[in-house]
Design a protein around this ligand. Structure first.
Ligand code: PLP
Ligand code: ZN
Length: 391
């Protein structure tokens, strides 16, 4: 039985991630129009709240409902997302000499990726705001997840996806009853199409970080990692970053848990992993002012990492700076090699994005930036089964 004292949510307001201007959490909001930056949800958190007082016994992200921005439990749209395992990669660790190497395996989520977490919360909010049409530009996984949650919520879904995406990502959207629009280009071209289609705001637009709710779903990965490790965070987390919700969400969760007093000591160094074909974070990390001028994005087999101009760039750079982390680029051939190695060694067919984190780890240990004795968490953000066509 859940305690009657568990509040539905401790969410209190929304703030501009740039100037801290506040926006009402009770009304539908998208991004902070004051600075054209993402909005962040804030909560009433203090050190007297213990985990057992507010965590529910649901086996999904809704275990953390008090720390999510949905007001009425009846609006929670869940397909059993979250509660994914932290797997010990003991065979790979033994082969290369890592002392403590684990994988947070998000392939167990509905629709096969971590996108389910964010879309569960965003579509719950769409329901809370009584919206009946949602739209998203996607590299693949977010579109499938949105289509599934919209189906469950009884909301019409429109998904805009690059034409060069493996067929299964398209087919799942159709099966979930979504309208699918294919665009010749990358996700930024899909985003343009979404803006054109939504000129009259008929759709609830859940583009990455253009609304504050998906980030909240994604941050539950951070709460789960801490809880699974007995409220002790690792030394380092390698994360495949595209639009940035995962990286920013993990960091947000860690800071919230610090405010709650649930975790103590140093926070992990965060490594953003991208590909040599499309590495805007690396470009901006080097030259935050002029990076867009010399930047030419190309497609990659890690579809989710082909996000040329992420709206949340400043927040990603802030995470890397605050955590004393870094960016690491991996090329497509190495990703395929890593994916096959993990499959043969650990019995896991993970996403190319997840495999990139393994190859990034090898690069960073070879260059001495990560030590073999550190406690390391790799994030596998999705299943590899949807990408077999790319291999
Ligand atoms: C499997 C996978 N990994 C990583 C990413 C990047 O996501 P984020 O927006 O959290 O940076 C995506 C985005 O499409 C994805 O599908
Ligand atoms: Zn502002």
């Amino acid at each position: 039985m859940e305690s009657l004292l568990i509040p539905t949510t401790l969410a209190s307001e929304l703030v501009c991630s740039n100037c801290q201007k506040t926006y009402s959490i009770k009304e539908e909001q998208l991004y902070a129009t004051c600075c054209n930056k993402p909005l962040l949800v804030q909560y009433d958190l203090d050190q007297s709240i213990r985990p057992e007082e507010i965590l529910t016994n649901q086996r999904s992200i809704w275990r953390y409902a008090s720390l999510l921005p949905v007001f009425d439990k009846a609006n929670q749209i869940s397909l059993g997302e979250g509660d994914t395992p932290l797997l010990t990669l003991n065979k790979l660790a033994g082969k290369y000499g890592y002392r403590d190497l684990v994988l947070k395996d998000e392939s167990f989520n509905p629709t096969g990726s971590f996108k389910a977490r964010g879309l569960s919360v965003a579509i719950s909010k769409a329901k809370e705001f009584k919206r009946n049409r949602c739209i998203v530009p996607t590299a693949g996984n977010a579109g499938g997840a949105m289509a599934a949650y919209c189906a469950k919520a009884g909301i019409e879904a429109t998904v805009v996806m690059p034409v060069k995406t493996p067929e299964i990502f398209k087919e799942e959207c159709r099966l979930y009853g979504a309208e699918l629009i294919l665009v010749d280009g990358l996700i930024n071209d899909c985003a343009k199409k979404v803006s054109e289609l939504n000129i009259d705001h008929a759709f609830f637009d859940v583009s990455t970080l253009k609304e504050p709710y998906r980030l909240e779903g994604k941050k539950t990965m951070g709460y789960e990692i801490a809880e699974q490790l007995g409220w002790q965070l690792p030394d380092i987390i390698l994360y495949p970053a595209g639009g940035g919700t995962g990286l920013i969400g993990l960091w947000k969760a860690f800071k919230e848990m610090k405010m709650l007093g649930w975790i103590k000591g140093k926070l992990p160094r965060m490594v953003a992993v991208q590909t040599t074909n499309c590495g805007p974070i690396a470009a901006a990390f080097k030259d935050p002012i002029n990076w867009k001028m010399q930047f030419t994005p190309r497609a990659t087999i890690a579809n989710g990492l082909a996000v040329p101009f992420p709206f949340g760039m400043d927040l990603m750079l802030q995470v890397l700076k605050e955590s004393k982390g870094e960016v690491c680029l991996v090329d497509d051939a190495d990703i395929v090699q890593g994916l096959k190695e993990i499959a043969k060694t650990e019995g896991l067919i993970i996403s190319p994005e997840g495999a990139a984190t393994w190859m990034a780890l090898r690069q960073l240990t070879a260059s001495g930036k990560i030590n073999y004795s550190e406690k390391i968490v790799l994030l596998n953000t999705g299943t590899g089964y949807k990408y077999l066509e790319n291999l």
